[in-house]
Design a binder for this molecule. Structure first.
Ligand SMILES: C[S@@+](CC[C@H](N)C(=O)[O-])C[C@H]1O[C@@H](n2cnc3c(N)ncnc32)[C@H](O)[C@@H]1O
Length: 251
């Protein structure tokens, strides 16, 4: 009967309706622009250079995903065990330290090169997590959109509790949105992954970083890391068919 037919066509499909209203999706509808790079910035290599210099050579508003794992003195200063530069702390304190103002400059440099709705994964220890990273974000277009905890599966130092976790603050350049941008939805906010520290005392988990890269970029996109340490992000990017651009003072 026509009346029934009319009624049927008017009733919205629940799945279609839900998809339209959903605030997240399994697809990316944003696409990074094509990059023209200076010859000095060779993709998929371990560049030896200053990270701020590296960032200044990148075009603005072009990169979908960046990682920053600053070499801060926070832990060394707060947990002064008297063994800095000795025994097991030797490799850690031999690395070039970044003053707070320099970390802010790195964040500002990344803000400049991220495309709209692009992401910065910022590794922090628990001191910076408690004290807050807001001063580093001043004047940028970055907003905190999530937080992840990496359970290293091994424990380190601590006057009270022994450190077993590190944290990754998820920042997004405005406009902030998940739908059409973040496409992987099975990443939990606490992740256990063991990592060998043989190459670098601060090496971060490759698999977790790879999953984050997959969530916020497309195959063939560039992923950057201006203070790459062991270049774990290079491995994570290549394993997920992305291109890597990044450097470390030590190469
Ligand atoms: C915490 S580590 C990064 C570890 C890295 N995420 C990994 O998975 O191996 C920080 C690195 O920043 C580097 N670094 C310090 N100052 C720098 C600068 N101005 N430019 C580039 N790299 C710098 C240090 O040499 C160190 O390797």
């Amino acid at each position: 009967m026509p009346a029934t037919r009319q009624e049927t066509t008017k009733t919205p499909s629940p799945t279609k309706d839900m998809a339209a209203k959903a605030v997240f999706s399994n697809e990316r509808t944003v696409h990074a622009p094509r990059l023209t790079l200076p010859i000095s910035l060779r993709p998929n290599t371990r560049l030896k250079m200053d990270g701020l210099d590296f960032l200044s050579k990148l075009p603005e508003s072009a990169i979908p995903v960046a990682f920053l794992d600053p070499q801060y003195r926070g832990v060394l200063e707060k947990l002064s065990y008297g063994n800095e530069g000795k025994s097991r702390e030797r490799r850690r304190s031999a690395l070039e330290q970044m003053p707070e103002a320099m970390i802010a400059e790195f964040v500002q440099g990344i803000d400049r090169v991220l495309m709209p709705s692009g992401h910065l994964f910022l590794w922090v220890d628990k001191f910076h997590l408690c004290q807050g990273v807001r001063p580093w974000l001043e004047g940028t277009n970055l907003e905190i959109v999530d937080l992840m905890t990496w359970d290293k599966g091994t424990f380190g130092m601590g006057y009270r509790t022994r450190r077993r976790a590190e944290h990754c603050i998820v920042l997004q350049r405005r406009p902030v949105r998940a739908k059409g941008v973040w496409k992987v939805h099975n990443i939990t906010d606490v992740v256990l992954e063991k990592v060998s520290k043989r190459e670098h005392p601060h090496a971060k988990p490759i698999e977790l970083q790879g999953r984050l890269i997959s969530a916020v970029s497309n195959e063939g996109d560039f992923v950057i890391d201006p203070a790459a340490g062991s270049f774990s992000v290079l491995d994570a990017a290549l394993q997920n068919n992305r291109k890597f651009l990044g450097c470390d003072l030590n190469g």
